[in-house]
Design a protein around this ligand. Structure first.
Ligand code: ATP
Ligand code: MG
Length: 415
């Protein structure tokens, strides 16, 4: 822990050891951070977030409150789940009471009661995520590994903990492939068999949960690896028959990374993923994933713009033509088409809209035109649009140019 954890989280972990000593509770570091620590620095997930998960055999909320008092964290408590989140500038600490879960039926959220660390690890997804490191005073730093996660890390295997795992929670199908591809591991043989057997269990998962897992995939460094593998396994078509994970996706995801800021990538990937869908298939996809309005709009615009790209494939277009063709579209849809299109001219036109044309403004505004004597109403709209068009096309540049143009179209205006 001393080697791996940055100074601040390490201090926090040690603080937890002190805070739990007196009420004789016991805390553990669990999940991803343990996995990544054992993998060593090289395979650390270089995400933006640094998450620490702590499980306590005892009262998680009280522990979090005490830790929050001695540090400057933002504390959010979920009493219903006996969990608390402490937000620091550079990382997040989740504290949960050790719990035992039972599934009333496949896909449902589990019933939860307090339990031991063993119970808590037994409900987890994969052996490599089901290890804990003790933060107790006596055995500080000891590894707790009831499911042979360390051995699976060494053999580079993703293994579920019991044969019903994918039935209990089919989001694990997506998680398994995501970790497999992120880490360059393999699905352990029986896990692979059960995964393929249980693909239909994805139908038991709510749209929100499926979408959340897809989002996590698209936040990976190279999501196309996971998408491709999901396609090959037959998982992708279970979400939507028309989804493809082919070479086109890989090429375009890669191009998206070259052209865009990392924060924009997940949404762009989402739109690229549905690029080859028919409108009808897209609507099924949006419904299945209970997609929020903003993203749905961007995806619909993406497909609509795709059918109009030929209008942008002409050398004689003026900037204002490009502007009026594109101004109605969601900018994510324009970005997506700029990546997806094979025509250099279309790409250039889309990019010039994104980089420049959409920001072009006239210098004169309605107020100034009114002072010059342009009547408010349709006449004003006409003059403003004319100025804007002239500015887009470079026919006016300065304020004086604009005044002159306004006067030439409304000759009555005073000098
Ligand atoms: P990442 O590096 O992707 O954040 P992580 O292991 O921290 O990996 P989280 O999604 O943050 O993953 O979840 C934290 C832990 O919770 C996991 O390590 C795993 O033990 C457990 N977990 C998460 N989702 C599930 C699930 N669907 N079923 C069982 N256990 C889960
Ligand atoms: Mg995590």
């Amino acid at each position: 822990m001393q080697q791996y954890l940055p100074e601040e989280p390490l201090k926090l972990v040690n603080d937890i050891t002190r805070q739990t000593a007196e009420p004789r509770e016991k805390a553990f570091l669990v999940g991803g951070v343990v996995r990544d620590m054992l993998l060593g620095d090289r395979s650390l997930h270089p995400g933006l977030r640094f998450d620490l998960d702590v499980v306590v055999e005892g009262d998680a909320v009280r522990l979090a409150q005490r830790v929050a008092e001695t540090t400057n964290a933002r504390l959010v408590i979920h009493h219903r789940f006996s969990t608390a989140k402490l937000r620091y500038e550079r990382f997040v600490l989740d504290v949960a009471t050790a719990r035992k879960e039972t599934y009333a039926r496949a896909g449902a959220l589990p019933q939860v009661i307090p339990g031991t660390i063993q119970d808590d690890l037994a409900r987890r997804d994969f052996s490599i995520n089901a290890m804990a490191i003790s933060l107790g005073l006596e055995d500080y730093g000891d590894l707790f590994d009831p499911h042979q996660g360390k051995s699976d890390l060494e053999s580079r295997l993703i293994r579920i903990l019991h044969a019903r795992s994918f039935c209990d929670d089919a989001t694990r199908i997506l998680r398994a492939v995501r970790y497999e591809q992120r880490l360059g591991f393999e699905l352990e043989a029986q896990t692979a068999q059960l995964l393929e057997r249980d693909i239909r269990m994805l139908d038991t998962i709510s749209g929100d949960r499926i979408r959340h897992e897809l989002q996590l995939i698209l936040e990976e460094e190279q999501p196309e690896l996971t998408i491709k593998r999901l396609a090959k396994l037959g998982v992708l078509p279970r979400m939507n028959r028309s989804l493809k994970g082919n070479g086109w996706i890989a090429t375009k995801f890669d191009l998206a990374r070259q052209l865009n800021k990392p924060t924009q990538l997940p949404l762009l990937y989402f739109c690229l993923l549905v690029y080859s869908l028919s409108e009808e298939a897209l609507e099924q996809f949006l419904t299945r994933l209970n997609t929020p309005a903003g993203l749905s709009r961007a995806m619909r615009h993406t497909l609509r713009l795709k059918t109009r790209l030929h209008l942008l494939d002409r050398p004689s277009l003026r900037p204002s033509d490009i502007y009026y063709l594109l101004q109605e579209y969601d900018s994510l849809a324009i970005q997506t088409n700029a990546i997806a299109s094979e025509s250099p001219m279309v790409r250039r036109n889309l990019e010039s809209f994104l980089a420049r044309l959409r920001y072009v403004k006239t210098t004169l505004d309605g107020k100034e035109l009114k002072e010059m004597g342009v009547p408010v109403g349709p006449e004003m709209g006409k003059v403003l649009q004319l100025l804007h068009k002239a500015k887009l096309d470079g026919e006016v540049r300065t304020r004086a140019d604009e005044i002159e143009l306004a006067r030439s179209v409304s000759p009555k205006l005073e000098r």
